[in-house]
Design a binder for this molecule. Structure first.
Ligand code: PMT
Length: 231
């Protein structure tokens, strides 16, 4: 089964978690990888929606698919659940903040003390949540889940652990410690691991070319998944 029969939900960019009205916790994601995937999905899929955190407005100016702007990881989860459909392919290139401040101050925190302790609580895991919706609801059994792993060391080990623990169909690992891959740059180096054990090492390429090769892997994975569901 190819993407032309599918709705593709791509997430990209960071999430931000407010500490007070002027300060937040976030990360270095710019949304470039997610945008490249959404651009490529729009060429192939029946429908594409790009759910993104705060990114530069030029990134999404004039795109011809639907976009949804979110801020926090909890908002990202709600937006993904709102778009989820039985024929969905979810590609999670976003970098959601794993933790958020336990309390958001309604007013600007004054810098009176020498030390300020910030207590963080864990955010929900979006991929795990969608995987559990899929596992308990047969109507969503055909949903395809593609994750990313942003790692600086033990790339293969950590990626395979995430593939298994998040119950994904595939995972794309990028070495975010490199200056020509991962956050912010226009190029990436990705290795794709499929649920069935296949692996595909992609060379240094533009994020758009990387996106195209990743969606080739999604289409192969979809074909296998559909055959398995039918047998
Ligand atoms: O945006 P760019 O500047 O172009 O950079 C691209 C990128 C480096 C952000 C991208 O290629 C990438 O690696 N995205 C995933 C970043 C990330 O959150 O990785 P992780 O290893 O911490 O998380 C593993 C997977 O779980 C990811 O698919 C992530 O989207 C997902 N996740 C994470 C946290 C959370 N609460 N819920 C999730 O579903």
């Amino acid at each position: 089964m190819l993407l032309r029969d599918r709705k593709v939900i791509v997430t990209g960019g960071p999430t931000v978690e407010s500490i007070d009205p002027v300060r937040f916790i976030s990360n270095r994601s710019t949304g470039k990888m997610g945008k490249a995937l959404a651009d490529e999905a729009a060429v192939r899929a029946r429908e594409t929606v790009f759910i993104h955190g705060p990114v530069h407005e030029s990134l999404i100016d004039g795109v011809e698919y639907r976009t949804i702007a979110i801020e926090s990881t909890e908002e990202l989860l709600e937006a993904v659940k709102g778009e989820l459909a039985p024929d969905a392919v979810l590609v999670m290139a976003a970098a959601p903040a794993d933790y958020r401040p336990a309390k958001k101050s309604p007013v600007k925190i004054k810098k009176k003390k020498e030390e300020l302790v910030l207590r963080l609580v864990k955010n929900p895991d979006i991929l795990r949540t969608v995987a559990s919706i899929r596992s308990v609801n047969p109507a969503y059994g055909g949903v395809f889940l593609a994750g990313f792993a942003a790692e600086t060391n033990n790339l293969e080990e950590y990626a395979l652990a995430k593939l298994r623990e998040k119950d994904l169909d595939m995972i794309c690992v990028n070495d975010v410690g490199r200056s020509d891959a991962g956050f912010g740059v226009n190029t990436n180096i990705v290795t794709v691991f499929m649920r069935g054990g296949e692996r595909m090492e992609l060379p240094l390429m533009s994020k758009r070319d990387t996106a195209s090769r990743i969606l080739d892997c999604v289409e192969e994975g979809l074909t296998k998944k559909t055959t398995q569901l039918l047998t």
